[in-house]
Ligand binder design. Sequence first.
Ligand SMILES: Nc1ncnc2c1ncn2[C@@H]1O[C@H](COP(=O)(O)OP(=O)(O)O)[C@@H](O)[C@H]1O
Ligand SMILES: [Mg+2]
Length: 309
Amino acid sequence: MIEVENLSRAYGNATALDGVSFRAEPGEVVGLLGPNGAGKTTTMRILTGFMPPSGGRARVAGHDVVRDSMAARASVGYLPERTPIYPDMTVEGCVTFWAELRGVKRPRDAAREALAAVDLSDRRQSLVRNLSKGMRQRLGLAQALVHNPPVVILDEPTIGIDPAQVIEVRQTVKDLGKGHTVLFSTHILTEAEQVCDRVVILNQGKVAAHGTPEQLRKKLFGGDRLHVQINGIKGDAALKLLREATGVAAAEADGTGFLVRAKPGVDPRTHIAGAVQRAGGLVVEMRPIDLTLEDIFLNLVGADSKGGG
Ligand SMILES: Nc1ncnc2c1ncn2[C@@H]1O[C@H](COP(=O)(O)OP(=O)(O)O)[C@@H](O)[C@H]1O
Ligand SMILES: [Mg+2]
């Protein structure tokens, strides 16, 4: 379990965290979502005992990170933003070394288990230097898991790795959630949606919103957006038709088709399909557009707060 209460942290005069509270339960993957500078890494460093808070409290697996820091640290596996890399060690040697640092009883056995958990067993004897970035990230995960901690904290684990491997790392994080309390940070909303049970959105050191991805989508966005492609009706006529369709708040051309914004709480898709058909055209594509973090923030905190970062 992770419990964060009114946490704050200043760097000199600058406030990086300002009254942040949230929880993560065992068996749950919680996403810490926010743009660069939001305070994600700062939160994680405090939770992993790398840095004290300026105010407030944080507990991991019931241990206060300040007063009970040894026990707290022993309960956490941490994949930092930049994992230390030992290029000349073997994969297994590297994880065994970490197990020894962590005081694990049978370091080699623990290393093998951790490597199996991240699906790297077949690369046990490879040199770290020969691993792809995605594999290195999984190696970092194995290091974080080697002492079998109840709480796992992963700082942007998919950043900078190629798409195929991103999918694997996401799946690994999701699987981890079955047996651990997982906190992972990202600035990609779709990633949070795929991986997390709940999301905490940080913006400028404060919790801007929290909930399930679905709740956030509904709460923060006043209506869904659709990409619509129509054949058999001229552009201007199609645009007029879309704008007049029931449930449509706005429509504009967007290159290959139209971007349609729905009125809150209304699904305009059947209305659009009907109107197009009556006009003798054909809807060849109509799909919801994924919200980006940017969309969410524009809706949540307004365009002003996007500056400066
Ligand atoms: N070591 C540091 N010294 C001074 N300011 C820092 C330091 N680390 C982070 N900050 C500042 O604290 C804020 C939060 O940073 P960080 O926690 O790294 O955010 P995120 O991980 O969400 O990008 C930012 O404004 C950043 O510039
Ligand atoms: Mg960060």
